[in-house]
Design a protein around this ligand. Structure first.
Ligand SMILES: O=C(O)C1=C[C@@H](OP(=O)(O)O)[C@@H](O)[C@H](O)C1
Ligand SMILES: C=C(OP(=O)(O)O)C(=O)O
Length: 461
């Protein structure tokens, strides 16, 4: 994080919602998807009972939890789902098992390497959306270290792993399309008989690898990043750990952007200088656009000044889940913004560069697209219906535009936010009274807590 933004502060460091000043909006941001699903995997592999405090409860994490249960881990949750206890297998899983990954890239990429360290047959499959996402570099790396794997057309899901443990050794994984292949192999590596030395070639989304390494160490793994860039993982068992899940920094980006766009102040407790999530660096981009940003030790605050500044180019390759948040408010600034380094964002829930360009064009905004970039020109907007392409982040990013420029957008699929934040629309409405709840969304803004309710996602679908 930029040293300027790390400046110590006391005001934003308040941990509780109750003590917030009334002019300061404090969204209830649910837990990080990336931290929740990594912790579920490591807990499933570990010996003993691990505890997840404040996990994300959403489609992606429910799918991941069901998947590790299908592979032999046991879980129990507290009545309101704020605590999950996972009893681990203590080694690789034992098949046969069919593992449904739903829409979750983390499940499709993290679970097959874990399965390969176990015994028996595993069939991994997912939605049409997940089947369309690239998986071949992971399968190739698994084959090179001796796994028996049969992938679907083009190397993707459905994928069969016929497991008989892995010796490990050395392997290079093409990481230019996704860092998740490397994360999956890293987390499985301690369970290989000789451990594994790994190289991630042309690695994108690097901050997620740091998150993987730090959580692996929490569960007792011995892993080193060497001077030559290789990762060396020693063999050894994982031991259970308790992990408090931070609020999701990618989700927080929508609320920070809303502050910047509306001229209000938003504070997110639980996201500070020690955050394990690279996406918190989105606030640095908002600072470029003229927002006041303070990253304290335990909270982050963004204050908008009512007008946004453009006229810059920014590389968002390491924080690509947040590029749409900037792109959706970019039409409202005073000069063009170019976002580059985001070629891999074409390979997510949707081709996100194309989705942003098409939706901005529909509302009258001029854009220029390149293979790994997009330039957005400010200009007058006309109302349009956003085609979300079943992509939660397209829905959430354009909802921020709808808040800042009322009457501009409606969403064709508002419920797709359930992949990572079922209560998104209600939370926006709770904070910003002029936010228009999409048609078909049940108004839960008067209930005590709307952020962590899976039932609500189902109800809204
Ligand atoms: O490892 C993770 O938890 C993630 C890595 C990123 O994917 P890529 O590495 O494919 O960019 C990110 O987009 C995704 O939402 C979560
Ligand atoms: C890319 C994403 O998800 P995943 O790869 O985990 O499916 C995302 O949440 O933006």
């Amino acid at each position: 994080m930029d040293a300027k933004l790390r400046s110590e502060r006391t005001e934003a460091d308040r941990p509780s919602f109750d003590t917030a000043r009334s002019s300061e909006l404090v969204p209830r941001i649910p837990g990080s998807k990336s931290l929740t699903n990594r912790t579920l995997l490591l807990a499933a592999a570990a010996t003993g009972v691990s505890r997840l405090l404040a996990p994300l409860v959403s489609d992606d994490t429910i799918a991941f939890r069901a998947a590790v249960a299908g592979m032999g881990a046991r879980w129990e949750s507290s009545p309101l789902d704020e605590v999950w206890d996972v009893t681990g297998i203590g080694r690789g899983p034992v098949g046969p098992a069919r593992v449904w990954c739903a829409d979750a890239g983390t499940a499709g990429r993290f679970l097959p390497p874990f399965a390969a360290t176990g015994q028996g047959a595993f069939l991994f499959d997912g939605s049409a959306q997940l089947r369309a996402r690239p998986q071949k570099p992971l399968v190739d790396a698994l084959l090179r270290i001796g796994a028996r794997a049969t992938a679907g057309v083009g190397g993707g899901l459905p994928l069969v792993i016929d497991a008989d443990g892995l010796d490990g050794g050395e392997v290079t994984v093409d990481s230019s399309m996704s860092s998740q292949y490397l994360s999956g192999l890293l987390m499985a590596a301690p369970l290989m008989r000789r451990g594994l030395t790994l190289r991630g070639a042309r690695l994108v989304s690097r901050p997620y690898i740091d998150m993987t390494l730090s959580l692996m160490r929490r569960f007792g793994a011995r892993v080193q990043e060497r001077d030559d860039g290789d990762f060396a993982v020693e063999p050894g068992a994982y031991a259970a750990a308790d992990v408090a899940i931070e609020p999701d920094a990618s989700t927080a980006s929508y609320f920070f952007a809303a502050a910047a766009g509306t001229g209000q102040t938003v504070t997110v407790p639980g996201l500070g200088t020690d955050s394990a999530q690279g996406d918190l660096r989105f606030v640095e981009v908002l600072a470029k656009a003229g927002a006041r940003v303070q990253v304290g030790k335990t909270a982050t605050t963004v204050t908008g000044n009512g007008t946004l500044r453009g006229g810059f180019t920014v590389d968002m390759g390491e924080i690509s889940d947040t590029f749409m948040t900037l792109a959706a408010i970019a039409p409202l600034v005073d000069a063009p913004i170019t976002i580059r380094g985001i070629g891999h964002a074409r390979l997510k829930e949707s081709d996100r560069i194309a989705a942003v360009a098409a939706n901005l064009a529909a509302i009258g905004v001029q854009t220029r697209e390149g293979a790994d970039r997009i330039t957005i020109h400010p200009g007058p907007l006309r109302p349009a219906r956003v085609n979300c392409r079943r992509d939660h982040r397209i829905a959430m990013a354009f909802s921020v535009l709808g808040l800042v420029a009322p009457g501009t957008i409606t969403l064709d699929d508002p419920a797709c936010v359930a992949k990572t934040f079922p209560g998104f629309h209600n939370e926006m409405r709770r904070l910003f009274s002029r936010y228009e709840l999409p048609v078909g969304t049940t108004d839960m803004t008067n209930t005590a807590d709307v952020t962590n309710t899976v039932g609500m996602a189902k109800e809204n679908r």
